[in-house]
Design a protein around this ligand. Structure first.
Ligand code: ZN
Length: 215
């Protein structure tokens, strides 16, 4: 399984004709230019011996619904894909678990604080509630790999999708890199309205799970 996945990675990489670290010319540890390709996802420094591995960044995406079956969609306020639809979400900070990250992103981007009745201090484990019980309003669905362009670099992330319930009368205010957010019936949303690849696939998969009654 691992080998098959790795081969697929290499094939994808080869198709683009570029090593993941092609634009990384210097050793990030000692600054030497003797920074050469080691394998498909790493470079080795011939000066200090350090091998740098290129890994996916952890990210969270929240598919938020209310009790009326409406979905919270956001308008992207920044590149990439500025102006297209998106879900609330972002990267996991060092020291966070997925649950803490998604609760923080929801707070930052919508102002909604209802998911953290007992927030654990950051950096002290991944639980967002003191008793470690899972919150019925916050469930992990699935994860998907994603790429997007940032400052001319292709960023690879692994997006963890959550299903989140927020009341329809919650006072929400778009913030951070979200230009606007509003409730929408899922049937009024077209897959292609989402600008980022993983949001499109995630939305489709979410609808399939709903159809099967698994959500
Ligand atoms: Zn070095």
């Amino acid at each position: 399984m691992y080998l098959r996945k790795r081969k697929r990675f290499q094939e994808i990489n080869h198709d683009k004709g570029m090593h993941y670290l092609e634009q990384w010319n210097y050793c990030p540890k000692c600054g030497s230019k003797q920074f050469v390709v080691h394998d498909f996802k790493s470079k080795h420094c011939e000066a200090c011996g350090f091998t740098y591995y290129f890994n996916a960044a952890a990210a969270v995406i929240a598919i938020i619904e209310n009790e009326k079956g409406e979905m919270l969609v956001a308008r992207r306020g920044e590149e990439p894909a500025k102006g297209t639809l998106d879900f609330i979400g972002g990267f996991v900070d060092p020291g966070e678990g997925f649950e803490e990250a998604v609760v923080r992103e929801i707070e930052e981007e919508t102002g909604w604080r209802g998911l953290t009745p007992n927030p654990s201090p950051r950096g002290e484990g991944s639980s967002y509630s003191e008793d470690g019980e899972s919150n019925e309003n916050l469930k992990i669905l699935f994860s998907l790999p994603n790429t997007y362009l940032y400052s001319g670099l292709t960023i690879h992330s692994c997006d963890c999708f959550f299903h989140v319930l927020i009341p329809s009368d919650a006072k929400l205010k778009a913030n951070d890199d979200v230009a606007a957010c509003w409730w929408e019936k899922p049937e009024n949303i077209r897959v292609e309205d989402f600008g980022l690849h993983s949001a499109r696939i995630g939305f489709q998969r979410f609808l399939e799970l709903k159809k099967k009654g698994k959500i």
